[in-house]
Design a protein around this ligand. Structure first.
Ligand code: EPU
Length: 336
């Protein structure tokens, strides 16, 4: 464990916002999690890859940066493996590791930023797959009792961009590892249901894609639509896609027949990016911030933006969408 004081947060989040952290604590191994006992009665902040956080002020609470590393196979059966991945591993590295070893199930989640420990908290998802589809167990440090606990998939109550770790267990646990159930060769379930994947595969003349093909195609699609945080600060989709009742949807659809929509149980999920785009926000630049030119759902830092500036743009977008469509869009990004 390494503790440093008065640190710039600029390199620690993908938005690249510069605020000061009073205390930064690097957690580098499983043993380090037990040192959290010292802060048992204090509110703390946990930072993984910093890809889903907007910092709007200096942070006086201790910030823990999770950096433990390692992969190991927990179970190797004929058709699948259970692999334990440390929370501090970068998610995309884990995808590449799985693909290189011939393990399937997370190739559609290629290039999602962030670290493995953060992935279950908001149940990351893209291109027809969510981590809950392959997640076997979450290992987490219980701050109150000072022990590491195991949570089976069913206990985590995963939903669209949510889980118990984001709601009722918030601040109680710090994820140390994730255990994924991945398929072995001849048992892969290739998911190309998402239109953009199938058309890109077709363009490449691939009719029977491997997990590597899917990973490469998803990487290509994301690179073409989403800004690279190393070049332009951002936190991916800033808002969640809103879920509305069928009745409300039918009324809206009559005036917007081309509105993208997806079934969500008895309700309907809409594309926040489309709603924002319709309000004229795609690619709009406001001072140092604004929305990305290819995807209105992504708010960007054009350099030196403050968290307050970004938050003001987010609020202006929410207001416009609410006035135009009577729909409240909620941030997916955590605002500190
Ligand atoms: N659209 C527009 N204008 C825009 C953006 C989107 O008209 O500026 C339309 C698109 O044409 C499409 C629809 O809106 O018809 C949906 O857009 P897209 O397919 O790009 O997906 P999304 O709903 O915006 C979600 C996830 C992404 C994930 C993609 C692919 C959320 C909030 N976002 O985006 O996840 O990569 O699907 O599966 O669920 C993230 O969470 O950070 C993230 C990037």
């Amino acid at each position: 464990m390494i503790i440093t004081n008065n640190v710039s947060a600029q390199p620690l989040t993908t938005f690249g916002i510069d605020v000061a952290l009073d205390t930064l604590i690097q957690v580098n191994s499983e043993e380090d999690f037990y040192y959290l006992d010292q802060w048992k009665d204090t509110e703390i902040k946990i930072l993984g890859g910093g890809s889903n956080v907007l910092l709007t002020q200096d942070i006086h609470l201790p910030v823990f940066n999770i950096n433990n590393k390692g992969y190991h196979i927990v179970k190797d059966s004929e058709d699948y493996v259970l692999v334990n991945i440390a929370a501090g591993e970068t998610w995309h590295d884990a995808v590449l590791w799985a693909v290189d070893n011939g393990y399937g199930g997370i190739e559609n989640l290629s290039l999602i930023p962030g670290k493995c420990g953060a992935a279950p908290i908001q149940n990351i998802g893209a291109y027809g797959i969510e981590i809950k589809d392959v997640l076997h167990t979450v290992k987490a440090y219980d701050r109150e009792h000072g022990v590491i606990k195991f949570f089976h998939n069913q206990e985590c109550d995963f939903g669209y961009r949510t889980s118990n770790f984001k709601t009722k267990w918030k601040d109680k646990y710090v994820i140390t590892d994730i255990i994924l159930q991945l398929t072995k060769p001849d048992h892969h379930i290739i998911n190309t249901s998402y239109g953009a994947i199938s058309s890109e595969l077709e363009d490449r003349g691939i009719s029977d894609p491997s997990i590597k093909d899917v990973s490469e195609v998803v990487t290509h699609i994301r690179q073409s639509k989403l800004p690279d945080p190393k070049v332009v600060g951002n936190a991916g989709s800033f808002f969640k896609n809103p879920i509305i009742s069928k009745d409300k949807f039918i009324k809206l659809q009559s005036s917007h027949p081309d509105m993208p929509n997806y079934p969500a149980g008895a309700d309907v999920k809409l594309a926040a990016g489309w709603l924002i785009d319709q309000c004229g926000w795609k690619g709009r630049v406001i001072g140092n911030t604004g929305t990305y030119k290819n995807q209105a759902l992504v708010i960007v830092n054009h350099g030196n933006a403050t968290g307050s500036e970004v938050r003001a743009v987010a609020q202006a977008i929410q207001k416009d969408v609410s006035e135009r469509f009577d729909i409240k869009i909620e941030p997916e990004v955590n605002i500190w």
